[in-house]
Design a protein around this ligand. Structure first.
Ligand SMILES: [Mg+2]
Length: 106
């Protein structure tokens, strides 16, 4: 499945108030990112081994993807353009040897 098909299909499971989509989707994205962290925390605590952690992370990363895709769609952003701009930014930082550090304008 490609990202545009996925984004289009997320509309079928998008149930939230349209007048507060930005807040809803942003909170959902942060919440699912927190669930990713929670799996890693439990892995560190040795609640389960890496194989189980990978399966759990696979599901949570899918949830992150859903909120990311809905935000792209609701904001009228092209997901492929976001991916391309992001990787170009990072490759430029690598070329400039500024991958490490912080701030968007490196
Ligand atoms: Mg989840």
């Amino acid at each position: 499945m490609n990202i545009k098909d996925y984004l289009s299909l997320t509309k079928q499971t998008a149930i939230y108030p349209s007048d507060s989509f930005l807040e809803y989707l942003t909170l959902g994205l942060a919440s699912e990112a927190g669930e990713v962290s929670g799996v890693v925390k439990k892995y560190i605590r040795q609640d389960f081994d890496l194989d189980i952690a990978q399966e759990k992370l696979k599901k949570e990363l899918g949830d992150v993807l859903w909120y990311w895709a809905r935000l792209c769609d609701e904001l009228g952003l092209n997901p492929e353009e976001i991916m391309e701009e992001n990787i170009n930014k990072l490759l430029k930082r690598k070329q400039n040897k500024t991958l490490q550090g912080d701030g968007d304008d490196r």
